[in-house]
Design a binder for this molecule. Structure first.
Ligand code: NI
Length: 171
């Protein structure tokens, strides 16, 4: 397993729609292993394939951050099949590191996809897991969390991120 470099906004791979996975081959299994390793190393609670430069519909998620061995999930070609309620909570992204903002999301979602064994799985989620599912599915459609905000919130996030990057470059 290997820790892969995480792509950052405004890289183009984060803005394109990811392609459906058509083969659960060894290459895909290696990618999934590397994504899990990369998510834990970051550390983060979710990671989508475009974030490591691979435009495929795959994401990994573990809202326990590695504390609960049963919390790790892998989704291939996932779709949100139902969404209800509305909540706004602070959100961030490994591809937009260092900036966070209140992001509106559905409160409860049902996600359907396939696991790494190719079995169809459906998971109902609320709270942080529901938020993570929506965030990662958005990545597969080329959307980032600040796209969900109003115009002012979005501009604020982009400005803060640019300022942070300039400060890092100066160091
Ligand atoms: Ni993200």
């Amino acid at each position: 397993m290997a820790v892969l470099p995480i792509r950052e906004y405004p890289e183009a791979v984060l803005r394109r729609k990811a392609d459906p996975v058509t083969a659960l081959d060894a290459e895909l299994q290696r990618l999934i292993d590397d994504m899990i390793e990369t998510m834990y190393a970051a550390p983060g609670i979710g990671l989508a394939a475009p974030q490591v430069g691979v435009p495929l519909q795959v994401f990994v998620v573990d809202v326990s951050g590695g504390k609960d061995p049963n919390a790790l999930m892998v989704f291939i070609n996932p779709q949100i099949v139902s969404a209800t309620g509305r909540v706004r909570e602070e959100e961030g992204c490994l591809s937009v590191p260092g900036v966070y903002g209140p992001t509106p999301r559905a409160a409860r979602v049902t996600l359907r996809g396939s696991n790494r064994a190719g079995e169809v799985v459906e998971v109902e989620a609320e709270g942080l897991l529901a938020r993570a599912f929506q965030h990662e599915v958005d990545h597969l459609h080329g959307r980032l969390f600040f796209d969900r905000m109003g115009l002012m919130g979005r501009d604020l996030i982009k400005r803060r991120f640019r300022r942070l990057k300039r400060q890092q470059e100066r160091r």
